[in-house]
Structure formats: C-alpha cells, structure tokens
Design a protein around this ligand. Structure first.
Ligand code: F6R
Length: 582
C-alpha cells in the first residue's frame, strides 16, 4: 500500500521538487514517511523523512531518481525503516511495495554471509540480496532475477545501482505501471503520479521485470516481452480539489453526477449478470465499503428472487472448493487492486470460474483479470474513504438486481428519479444539519448505528465511515440484534443513529424506543419525523433506494466530525486507498 515512483529522463532531467510532487501525488497510498534517491554520476544521494510529504523544498535536478511514500507493515514508522533502502556497499538504493513473506529466512542467510541490517523492514533484505547475487552474476539484471526467484510474497520494486544508468523494476501481485512521456519513462504504482505529464501508459503484468533508461526492456520468465501502450481516459482536473477544501467533500458533492454516470451500462451485460445469478452459483466478493455495497443491494436481489452469496474476499478461501466452470465471481472494487480480492479472483479463474467485475479504475489488476468489466464511471476517487464509489456500486447492483423484473431502461429511470433527492442531500443547505449534528457528537466516545433490512447494510457502512475518519468508536447493528447484547452499552446520552424507512421494517421504531428508554440520544434518518427522535435528518425518497440516499448525510457527518476535530479527512491515520497487502 505504499507508493513508488522512478523517473528516468530520456532527454531533460527533472527538478527534484517536481519529483517530490510526484511522490506526493501517491500519498493516498500511504503517508507514514517518504524518501527518494537520485543518481549523480556514480553517486547515489538519499533523503528520507518521517511524516507527511511537505511542500517540496529540494533543490537541483536529476536524470535518474526513485522515490517512495510508505504505509508501514514491517517495522515502526522511523527514518531507518523509511524507503529507499540502501545495500551494505551503498551501491544499491531500492523502494518496495508489498510484503516479503520469507524475509526472516533470507535475512539470516545474508547475515551468515556477513551482511548487516540497520532497520526492521522486510524490504532491506532485497538490495542486499541483489548485492549478494552480483558476486556471481554477469550483470545487474541477472542478479536481480536470481533475487526475484528467491522472494516469496508480493511486491512492486524499483531500484538504482550507482554504476548503471537504468532504473530496474519488477512486479508480482502489486500494481506497477510505466508512463511513457516524450522526455522520460516513469515507473510507478499508479498513473496519478504522471497523469499531468502523459496519458500514455504501459500496464505491467505479474512476473514482469526489467528496466527503463531511454527505452523500456521487459522480461517475463526469462523471455523479453512486449506490452502495449494504452491511453488513460480521465482528465487531470478530475484529480484536483477545485474550490473544495478536501477531496472528501468534493467527492460527496459529486454524487449527484456520479450516481447517474454509474448507470451508463450495457443493458445486455447487466441482464446477463442477473441471469447468471438466477441460473448458476454467483459469489459477490469484496472488502470494506465495497462489501457493504453488496449487502446494501442484497434486499433487492432477494425480493426479486435472486440469491447471490456475498463473501468478504479475505474469507473466500472457505468457498473455493465449490468453484467450478459453472460458477461466477462478481468482484467489486473501487481500486481494482485490493490484494485479498485479487487473490480470490485468481483462484477462481484457475478453476475456470467466470469473473465479472464492478470496478472503477480502468487498467487496474482486477479489470485486466476479469472476463467482463462493469466500469463504475465515477472518475478518480482520491480521498481514502469511499463515498461516490460506494453509491455508484449500490446503483449498479440495484440495476442488476432489477434486470429480470423490469426493463434495464426502466430501472435506470427509477434511479434517475432520485437524483434530485441526492442533489438536495449533497447541497450546502442540507449539510447545515449534519454540520450542526457534528457539533453535538464531536466529544462522543461511541456512536451506534442501527437499521433493519436494507438499512442494516447502511448502518454498517455508516459506522465504518464515522470511525475511519473521526476515530470515534462507531458500530453498526441490525435493529433486531441490539437486545441480544449491544443494548448493554447504552448509557445516558449515548448517540444512536437510527435509519427509519417510510413503509418497510417499522419495527425499527420499537428498537429506537428500547434504546431511548435506556437513555440513548436518538438521531433519526428518515422522511418523516417520529416522536422518538431527539435529532432528525430528513431524507426524502423511496425505501428501495434508501441505501443510496440515507448514507449521504452520514458521509457528510463523518466529514464534519473529522474537520471539527482538526483531522485530515482525506488521509485518516493508518489507512491507505489501495490495500495491496494481505
Ligand atoms: C472505506 C474504504 C475501504 C474500501 C476497501 C476496499 O471507506 O474505502 O473499506 O472500500 O478497502 O477497497 P476497494 O473497493 O478498492 O477494493
């Protein structure tokens, strides 16, 4: 979940402050610490710092430079553990994303060979292992290949050697792409680092390794391979904040457009997916908010006679024995890089299972592994939290869930009718109430969120949003479940957010009453005001689309809670946008 970038000039060198901005554009992937190494003649110069990347102050230019922004896995957030990592001879500087599973074994082997280590990371063994293999290899590439063969786990790697005018790279189960600019080749975890320079990109495949200098050389299984150049089809402005203070608020506001954009789908494909769910075993596999989106659409699937199995990607192993050529995995992911999901999809694919994905990032690992893609069309989501991608996923799943009952165009029209409700919910006037509520809740230690039926998933997603950005403990429950344990937590003033439908599941009001009797402060999210509420947020719209509508005020509430507590809502602590580790 770290960000990597390596820049090799083909004509002009790069200003280091510009290079640091490229690393900064990847900081949504990790922001514990950062660093870079540039090559000047035969000398490597490295700078590293703990903390977020400041506005660049570096001076000078470089022709070959690699950089990294870290999300710590092995080893605390210290300068020693910050990348790039330097080999014992100081000839190699290397950055890595992923986890080397057999690093302890390799470290012991290297120690026996006389190597020493300054930090706690798994990464530090890699430059030293390359150095070790250089003793008996004809060139750096051969030593690198021998090193790769010994590594177990996942990685994207780039490194510099002081004697070579090349940036070496490799990928296995971690994203890595190469930007092809007119005066540079740029190897990176993501296109965001170079989108304002070039839209030409080469998507590297698993097992690819090689180098960039004035050209690119890619090998896979010891053979040179050619990878096509693709065009990135989104605009750089979409990845900018514009007039908004934070990406989170911008992305919440964009939902009035993005829900509509997500409905631009091939009706035949949508109907085909629905038919598959009816006639064969379909597993919907996802993590985090993407999983919640699937659960939010479950009621609609069930109502229409469809029963897909919805499974967390990290729990999918237990289902693998049931996979066959007759089954389908419907994978849901904003990034298309979530490692647990990629692993599940790869296993399913190896059993001949059909892979269909609902994915936002075109060219992502998931989109390339899938037999068919349903793109979410919401543009880049930069804030670490899913907001617009969540509602788009729900909207697409609702289309699929309805496809065998009503015509896809009619389903689209129905969803389009709620756009004006979304317009109101994302407006400044509606946000006034969530802002006011955030003032009431900002000192709370716990917030409980409760829903029944389709609102149960909304309660889960609401709790996730609140806790991940405001660090207030929040937990979501099914209304019927609270009396089986959670009600013991209720004290005088405990905030409970209750999602109340217009017609369905009116028992939720009794649950709210049970909570209020024990002292809870009831915040109702509903179309009508009920007596049991201590605070009310009005959300107008049909129950069927509750999962899209009722989550929006909670996204805004979470945003204001973070801002009010002086936190950065775009980059909550300990989190990263693409979860590319197990
Ligand atoms: C929460 C959030 C995460 C992601 C999860 C899956 O706001 O963003 O829970 O939903 O990490 O990510 P994707 O959808 O990229 O597979």
């Amino acid at each position: 979940m770290c960000g990597i970038v390596g820049y090799s000039s083909t004509s002009n060198s790069i200003d280091l402050s510009e290079f640091v901005s490229m690393i900064k554009s990847l900081d949504y992937r990790g922001y514990d610490s950062w660093g870079f190494t540039f090559k000047d003649k035969d000398h490597l110069t490295t700078e590293k710092q703990v903390g977020k990347i400041p506005t660049p102050t570096q001076k000078g230019n470089a022709t070959f430079v690699i950089g990294h922004t870290r999300w710590a896995t092995h080893g605390k957030v210290t300068e020693d553990n910050t990348h790039p990592h330097i080999s014992n001879s100081k000839n190699i500087s290397l950055v890595h994303n992923g986890i080397i599973e057999n690093y302890e074994e390799l470290k012991n082997k290297l120690k026996k060979e006389g190597f020493t280590f300054y930090g706690e990371t798994d990464t530090e063994i890699i430059p030293n292992l390359i150095e070790f293999h250089l003793r008996n290899s004809k060139d750096i590439l051969e030593a690198f290949k021998k090193t790769l063969d010994e590594l177990e786990g996942t990685f994207a790697i780039t490194f510099l050697h002081n004697s070579s005018n090349k940036i070496f790279f490799a990928r296995r189960d971690s994203p890595l792409v190469v930007g092809v600019d007119k005066d540079a080749l740029i190897v990176s975890s993501d296109v965001t680092s170079f989108i304002d320079r070039t839209k030409n990109v080469i998507y590297l495949e698993d097992g690819d390794y090689g180098y960039i200098n004035s050209e690119i050389k890619i090998l896979n299984r010891n053979k040179e391979v050619h990878r096509e150049i693709s065009k990135i089809d989104w605009d750089v402005d979409k990845a900018k904040k514009g007039d908004f203070k934070h990406f989170m608020l911008k992305e919440i506001s964009e939902q009035v457009d993005t829900v509509k954009q997500s409905l631009m789908q091939d009706s035949e494909l949508i109907t085909a997916v629905a038919n598959r769910i009816k006639s064969s075993k379909v597993y919907i596999v996802a993590c985090g908010s993407s999983y919640n989106a699937a659960k939010a659409a479950e009621t609609e699937f069930l109502k229409n006679g469809l029963m897909p199995r919805i499974v967390h990607a990290h729990e999918f192993e237990q289902y693998e024995k049931f996979l066959s050529e007759n089954s389908t995995v419907l994978a849901i992911s904003q990034s298309g890089e979530t490692l647990d999901l990629i692993k599940a999809v790869k296993t399913a694919k190896s059993r001949g299972t059909q892979i269909i994905s609902i994915v936002n990032v075109q060219g992502s690992s998931l989109s390339r592994l899938s037999d068919q893609n349903i793109f979410m069309n919401v543009g880049p989501e930069i804030c670490v939290l899913s907001t617009k991608s969540y509602t788009a996923q729900v909207a697409i799943l609702m289309l699929i869930a309805s496809a065998l009952v009503i015509k896809p165009n009619q389903a689209k029209q129905e969803i389009e009718e709620i756009i004006r409700n979304i317009y109101y919910l994302t407006s400044e006037s509606a946000r006034k109430y969530t802002k006011e509520l955030s003032q009431i809740l900002r000192y709370s230690n716990h917030i409980f969120t409760i829903g029944r039926g389709r609102d149960y998933a909304t309660a889960m997603e609401a709790a996730l949003k609140i806790k991940e950005v405001s660090y207030i403990h929040a937990e979501g429950f099914a209304g019927g479940e609270i009396k089986h344990g959670p009600i013991a937590m209720i004290e005088h003033g405990t905030p409970c957010i209750v999602f109340v439908p217009n017609k369905e599941n009116q028992d939720i009001l009794s649950n709210a009453q049970e909570l209020k009797t024990r002292g809870a402060f009831i915040i109702g999210i509903s179309e009508k005001k009920h007596e049991v509420f201590d605070y009310w947020i009005k959300v107008v719209g049909p129950d069927k689309f509750s999962p899209i509508l009722r989550i929006i005020p909670i996204q805004a509430l979470s945003y204001y809670l973070a801002v009010m507590k002086g936190l950065d809502p775009d980059k909550p602590r300990n989190l990263a946008k693409s979860v590319t580790v197990k």
